[in-house]
Design a protein around this ligand. Structure first.
Ligand SMILES: *Cc1c(COP(=O)(O)O)cnc(C)c1O
Length: 240
């Protein structure tokens, strides 16, 4: 991790690039949220980012963030909205509903039902996004856009009072050229438009797509949340 100045410089450069991408796409800067992806980095990195004005964070592991949340609490850091952006196992839904301000990777009916039950304890609905799998990359999680699981989930979501459906999320193929990522973003936007028409009772306003290497194309294609890790916090040590 670098100095405070280094973080602020990186943040300022990302802010400039987001603003420029919005201008090119004819979109207002306010339509796109910056999510700082702090996975693997220590709680002190989140504290530094909060001090620099970042308010939205993405973490990819329940246990890892549980530890950091305790440290942030002990440091007196407040004002961070933290979402889960990694795969959620159904045996960790209770912890996730307690710990996170949103779960952006719902990818099965079972996980949605368990989160809905767990979120009853929160006192306010838990915002969720559905993670979509739009490429054939073997290791990727997410819902098949043509599958029965998605169809059933969309039927049941209006009856889950403790979840607040907000939209869709995807991870573009990490290998491949920028045009490949762009096609993936177009697919997510088209799918969103189609589902919003066929499921008028559900809110599809958020499109979480775009990372350090491809966020400008994602903004061009309608992203409302870009998830940026490396370009803000520097390279990550490999996860075990
Ligand atoms: C790690 C991660 C990111 C951030 O990736 P960078 O390339 O470091 O910006 C975004 N989204 C998800 C789901 C991630 O796991």
């Amino acid at each position: 991790m670098g100095t405070v100045e280094a973080f602020q410089d990186r943040l300022a450069r990302i802010e400039e690039r987001i603003a420029a991408a919005c201008a090119r796409a004819g979109r207002a800067r306010g339509e796109v949220k910056l999510m700082a992806v702090s996975k693997v980095h220590p709680a002190s990195a989140l504290a530094e980012a909060v001090a620099a004005g970042v308010t939205l964070f993405g973490e990819n592991r329940v246990q890892e963030y549980q530890q950091k949340a305790a440290e942030l609490n002990a440091m007196g850091v407040e004002g961070a909205e933290v979402h889960l952006i990694g795969h959620l196992q159904s045996n960790k839904t209770a912890k996730a509903a307690e710990l996170f301000d949103g779960v952006d990777t719902v990818d099965s009916l079972r996980v949605a039902e368990r989160l809905n039950d767990a979120a009853a304890q929160r006192g306010k609905p838990l915002p969720v996004l559905l993670e979509m799998k739009l490429s054939d990359e073997a290791a990727k999680t997410g819902l098949d856009p043509a599958g029965d699981e998605l169809r059933l989930l969309l039927e049941r979501l209006p009856e889950m009072p403790h979840l607040a459906m907000r939209g869709l999320m995807t991870v573009a193929p990490l290998e491949g050229d920028p045009e490949c990522a762009r096609r993936c973003f177009q697919k997510l936007r088209d799918l969103r438009d189609e589902l919003a028409r066929s499921h008028a009772r559900l809110d599809f306003s958020e499109l979480s797509m775009g990372m350090s290497g491809d966020f400008e194309a994602a903004i061009d294609e309608g992203s409302t949340i870009v998830r940026i890790g490396t370009a803000l916090f520097g390279a990550r040590a490999k996860q075990p």
